[in-house]
Design a protein around this ligand. Structure first.
Ligand code: NAD
Length: 406
């Protein structure tokens, strides 16, 4: 018996039977079930995820890949023994890696997603799952046939609020839900557009693999502003729908068991800071769902006023659920239809989303935010953006038939 099959055998024996496993075993769990992890794209979010994964017991962060030398040096400062690569494929060649965390810019997610699964590794991929609908379909199909544990970085899926809200809806506390209103409000300092980051002085053509960043986008000379501020440009980004609507719609879809929208409409524009960005900073989205659901979801977002913060309100005939990111859900009954109902605050504790992925690498159970919710939420994001770009209401069928343009 090879060392790997022995470990697999011991693991399956410990779990009782292989039949209880949702996924085939991890590739190479180390001694004492130590999980060996690599990362692709360790910029702003990647640095947070690096700290998060280091805090999960019995995990070893062994490698990272990033096209920008500064990111590799920063990672070495935090984890001196880490192996660093410019090309993510060299990281994926490593035989002794169990899982890979991807936190690259949106337009490269699908590439990193597919390459990671093809290399037989479990995957944690940041949201939005992909830049386009065809990519989302490809990634979902790959995830489903891979037997790998895939967690999408939709951390509200691990929140206690999701568990409580789902239960309240299932128990009939909310009655018939016809509308969910959700919103995200931020303010921006005058003269400094939301998301704009300074370009470090060492961000030069010598220190960056620009072609790897472009990932097949039309070629052009090295542009450090676009490398650092990719979020502002459609070619690389999905704007604020991909950055924030995605978290909220994934939560709404999972508590109400909603499929992809049947149609989307999005209006808005670059109204806060006209700083050359392409993606809108002021947004109103309307999402319709198939007829049997009789429900409309609205999402409104501004970067010019933060007074109302961020939240979701599930409006039902028998009650209301309000949810603010990273807070417990709260419930209020509609006294006309549910006179016996009482105001309730959710009690379920949040799970650590990263630790949930690591646990699932060991247990082979489905994680809290699998590719399926990654795909559904990505559909809503892409349909909304498509509607904005085409300046018309767009149906699911039209969105699926559309060939994305850069
Ligand atoms: N879940 C959350 O709450 C959350 C929060 C923030 C960001 N995000 C997501 O994280 C992702 C990254 O966002 P960010 O703000 O960290 O961006 P960033 O630009 O700070 O980091 C991206 C990193 O990827 C590197 N990179 C670019 N091309 C690469 C390639 N081909 N191979 C390897 N590395 C490459 C860049 O050099 C950079 O270091 C985005 O998808 C974003 O939506 C998620």
């Amino acid at each position: 018996m090879t060392e790997q099959t022995r470990r697999t055998f011991v693991k399956q024996a410990a779990l009782g039977t292989a039949a209880v496993l949702a996924f085939p075993p991890a590739t190479v769990l180390g001694a004492n079930d130590r999980v060996r992890v690599g990362m692709i794209g360790v910029g702003d979010r990647g640095s947070d995820l690096l700290e998060q994964v280091l805090k999960v017991p019995n995990v070893e962060l062994v490698a990272m890949a990033d096209v920008y030398s500064r990111r590799r040096e920063d990672a070495k400062k935090k984890v001196p023994a880490i192996q660093t690569f410019s090309d993510h494929r060299r990281l994926l060649d490593m035989k002794d890696l169990d899982g890979v965390i991807v936190a690259s810019p949106l337009h490269i997610h699908a590439r990193h997603f597919l390459d990671t699964l093809a290399a037989g590794k479990d995957l944690y991929s940041e949201k939005t799952m992909t830049w386009s609908i065809p990519e989302a379909d490809k990634c979902l199909a790959a995830a489903n046939s891979s037997g790998r544990v895939v967690q999408i970085g939709l951390q509200a899926q691990s929140g206690g609020a999701r568990v409580d809200a789902t239960q309240w809806i299932k128990d009939g506390w909310v009655g018939k839900v016809t509308h969910v209103e959700s919103w995200l409000s931020r303010n921006t300092q005058h003269g400094h557009g939301q998301w704009v980051r300074p370009v470090p002085s060492d961000c030069t053509a010598q220190n960056v693999d620009w072609d790897a960043f472009l990932n097949g986008r039309p070629n052009r000379p090295f542009d450090p502003f676009r490398l650092i501020n990719w979020r502002l440009f459609w070619e690389f980004s999905g704007g604020n729908c991909a950055e924030n609507l995605v978290h909220q719609i994934a939560w709404i879809m999972s508590v109400l068991d909603l499929p992809a929208p049947s149609a989307a409409y999005m209006s808005g524009g670059v109204f806060s800071e006209k700083d050359g960005r392409e993606v809108p900073d002021t947004i109103a989205v309307t999402l319709d769902f198939p007829e049997d659901k009789n429900i409309v979801v609205t999402w409104q977002s501004t970067f010019s006023n933060r007074h109302y913060g961020l939240g979701d309100r599930v409006l039902g005939s028998d009650g209301t659920i309000e949810h603010h990111l990273e807070e417990s859900a709260v419930y209020w009954p509609e006294k006309t239809n549910r006179p016996s109902g009482a105001d309730t605050k959710g009690q379920t504790k949040d799970q650590n989303h990263m630790a949930n992925w690591i646990d699932c690498i060991r247990s082979r159970k489905p994680p809290n935010a699998p590719a399926e919710i990654g795909h559904r939420s990505a559909m809503a994001v892409h349909m909304a953006n498509l509607s904005y770009k085409l300046k018309k209401r767009i149906t699911l069928e039209e969105a699926k038939a559309y060939t994305p343009e850069y």
